[in-house]
Design a protein around this ligand. Structure first.
Ligand code: SF4
Length: 392
């Protein structure tokens, strides 16, 4: 499966379909206020550089968002849908940014005068990048403390069939070239107040949700956590059958990865109904395309290890009159033998935020699980607060 780029013919077709709506509803629906109206207008005259700068001005991860943004933002509000079909705005955005990347392999950094103030950013996923981009553009020095050896945070868990790794590298490289930017890899920071004492004007924690959501059933220890699975896909390559517990976007990523890695069968077990799954129409189509079976209103009850395989016992569920999920009965069904059972239930915050002057939080840590573009918007919003507070 290829990432979501359009070829030249497809791109021209999408550009020509744009109605150039004066009210710009597509812009209003974008969490980072990027304007499809404007970048499409520039792209129509093949001015890829201007089109790309309309995107980059608002979004430091323009190509990445083009590749992974769901259809619930700009696409959902595109007026062209009233005529025939919404413009494939994210794919157009990704394709414009790809063209610009290919023309401009070494992006230059705008020379911004330093304002003498420095901000620490803890973690460097989308929220950290959103915050850093805004601060750097306003003359703040930014030091990133990243506990891993690489950039990207949650971006590194997005399968490469959707997000090629060279795109992540390219977007990160733009930060590295900024003289006001510094990064310290393999550095875990727990005492944010100490950074304030060391002279940082502010600290922005964008550490995501660190604690794995537990599967509270007998044999839960035999399930592979999705973080581990997505970060080590080669290790779990198999021709056997794979079960995925969970019904969100991450569960879809795990299921598709298993299918692409050669699994003989992949099945998702979801407590809720199909209409309650938090996935996009595009993701539903992907599940169908890869023949991934989805068992709704089914929850795991126990995992039993049998030599090299695992047996999954499940219970049927339903909503009661108050809208709460209940087990239909207490007699588990034997639901197949699996080479791997992946738990894709998401993460939760491991500790409460500190309420201390100068310490800010952004991204999934405060907002819960969100899309890349929402995390960037959250980082930018916090950066704006700091800019308003500290800039001269
Ligand atoms: S809403 Fe759709 S058709 Fe209208 S300007 Fe935006 S992208 Fe073009």
């Amino acid at each position: 499966m290829d990432a979501r780029y359009l070829n030249d013919e497809e791109l021209q077709k999408e550009l020509s379909r744009c109605l150039q709506c004066a009210a710009k509803p597509c812009l209003k629906a974008c969490p980072v206020k990027c304007s499809p109206y404007d970048f499409i207008k520039a792209a129509k005259s093949k001015d890829w550089k201007t089109a790309a700068s309309h995107i980059s001005e608002h979004n430091p991860l323009g190509e990445i968002c083009g590749l992974v943004c769901p259809d619930k933002f700009c696409v959902q509000y595109c007026v062209r849908a009233q005529v025939d079909k919404a413009i494939a705005i994210p794919a157009v955005q990704a394709s414009i940014m790809k063209k610009n990347r290919e023309i401009n392999q070494n992006p230059s950094v705008q020379n911004i005068k330093a304002n003498g103030k420095k901000v620490a950013v803890i973690g460097f996923g989308p929220a950290g990048m959103g915050a850093a981009s805004k601060l750097l553009a306003n003359g703040f020095s930014v030091t990133v403390f990243e506990k891993e050896k690489i950039f990207g945070g949650a971006l590194n868990l997005i399968p490469s069939y959707r997000l090629p790794r060279e795109v992540v590298q390219y977007e990160c490289q733009k930060f590295m070239q900024n003289p006001l930017f510094e990064v310290r890899f393999s550095t875990m920071i727990t005492d944010y107040g100490k950074l304030l004492q060391e002279g940082f004007a502010a600290v922005i924690a964008t550490v995501g949700e660190q604690k794995k959501r537990e599967l509270k059933i007998k044999g839960a220890e035999f399930a592979i956590d999705y973080n581990d699975y997505l970060a080590n896909r080669e290790k779990y390559r198999t021709q056997g059958a794979v079960a995925v517990i969970g019904g969100g976007s991450t569960a879809v990523d795990c299921a598709v990865c298993a299918s692409l890695s050669g699994a003989s069968a992949v099945e998702m077990f979801v407590r809720r109904g199909a209409e309650n799954m938090r996935i996009t129409a595009e993701e539903k189509q992907i599940l169908m395309k890869y023949g991934i079976k989805v068992s709704n209103f089914t929850r795991p009850a126990e995992i039993i290890k049998n030599n090299d395989e695992f047996t999954l016992l499940t219970l049927k569920t339903c909503f009661d009159k108050d809208g709460n999920l209940q087990d239909v009965n207490d007699c588990p069904n034997h639901n197949g033998e699996w080479k791997y059972i992946i738990k894709a239930l998401g993460n939760v915050r491991d500790k409460e935020p500190e309420n201390k002057q100068g310490i800010y939080y952004a991204g999934d840590y405060v907002n819960g699980s969100s899309t890349v573009v929402e995390a960037i918007a959250s980082g930018k919003k916090v950066a704006e607060e700091i800019i308003n507070k500290y800039a001269d």
